[in-house]
Design a protein around this ligand. Sequence first.
Ligand SMILES: Cc1cc2nc3c(=O)[nH]c(=O)nc-3n(C[C@H](O)[C@H](O)[C@H](O)COP(=O)(O)OP(=O)(O)OC[C@H]3O[C@@H](n4cnc5c(N)ncnc54)[C@H](O)[C@@H]3O)c2cc1C
Length: 392
Amino acid sequence: MSKQIVIIGGGAAGLMAGIQAARQGASVTILERNEVPGKKLLSTGNGRCNLTNLALDVSAYRGEDPAFAAQVLRQFSVTQTLEFFHHAGLMTTDREGWVYPRSMQAASVLRVLTEEAVRLKIKLKTRASVKSLLPENGGWRILTNGWEYRADAVIVTGGSRASGQEGTEELLLSLSSLGHRVIHPFPALVPLRCEGKHRWSGVRIHGRVILHTDSAPARTEEGEIQLTDYGVSGIPVFQLSRFAVEALQRGDSPELELDFLPELPEEAFASWIREQKGRYPEKNLQTILNGCLPEKLAALIAGQKDPVHGAKCFRVKIAGSLPFSAAQVCGGGIACSGLHPETLESRLCPGLYFAGEIMDVDGPCGGYNLQWAWSSGAIAGLAASADKGEAL
Ligand SMILES: Cc1cc2nc3c(=O)[nH]c(=O)nc-3n(C[C@H](O)[C@H](O)[C@H](O)COP(=O)(O)OP(=O)(O)OC[C@H]3O[C@@H](n4cnc5c(N)ncnc54)[C@H](O)[C@@H]3O)c2cc1C
């Protein structure tokens, strides 16, 4: 008889795990609490789904044990992921290495996954919210809001609370009662709240952001900064946000230094202002700054004690982050020390596997988090469907 596998969560990792397991001949059931699978996938990359990255650096993942993530990613690589999607009928394109579906629609990615799941006769139970799972007679008993299922192996791919998703907390509770250590989840890839009010809301500007904390080296990112009524957002801020949130949790007082003209050294900027003043003595500083900065920012910088330094090194204290609902991913989750990196099987509960964001692994923007879902999902699906003792 084929191996019965239940997958908890029909997101990116769950669909990949299910497809890999079903291709090995397992009988797969996916339990998904939403009314449809892959809801989060549809909102990725602003609806375009940045599914991986051609220049993926496996050492860029974060968590208690980044080497664990690197080991998993080497077992199912970006190349294998692209082969998988191309074979399944998805044409892809890249923008400076960030890979998207050629259609530029996340729905295309979800469609090839669900069509493959249907072709492989994977049973997809929606509105099935898993409340707990219990080991029973060498297998598993899985309790949902309205039913109970039995399985030889379970793969947990419940994701995280990021973007306001529900259901993960009860899973983490059930998994911790089985002995798994849970690292308290926190928002990562999230906008940051700053102390003080600045009249800069709505400004978008290419700039450099440097994170200063009391107890870690400074980190720098560059890209489009979005200035908001609560603080700062945009990709460079997202990239630094995990480290800012961690610093706050440690009791540090993190600050951001914003450089609104990163291409121009401070002296060159000062001499440009002097030149303009000389040429147009009737212009005030704000009018001159309107020539190089968005209006709201020009007004703010003109009011600084040292405007040149203000434009190049504008310091803001970080007060916190926006909540989980505004985050793209979470830090924390199931500690990797409790799992075998070759199979993603629990060291504590044989027959229990993990994949995706529910684990304590998160990556920067640029397709890293979906690549983690694809790689870990594939490894867990292949391992769970293999007979014990059979090499992958
Ligand atoms: C707005 C946004 C944009 C993003 N853009 C990108 C991007 O462009 N590129 C990138 O790499 N990453 C991106 N991410 C991150 C990426 O979407 C996630 O890392 C990825 O979806 C995680 O996959 P997963 O399968 O682990 O979790 P999910 O995709 O979250 O799937 C988990 C599933 O489990 C279900 N579930 C939870 N609890 C239960 C339960 N108790 N019972 C049954 N089902 C349950 C959930 O309903 C969900 O469907 C983005 C995230 C957001 C929010």
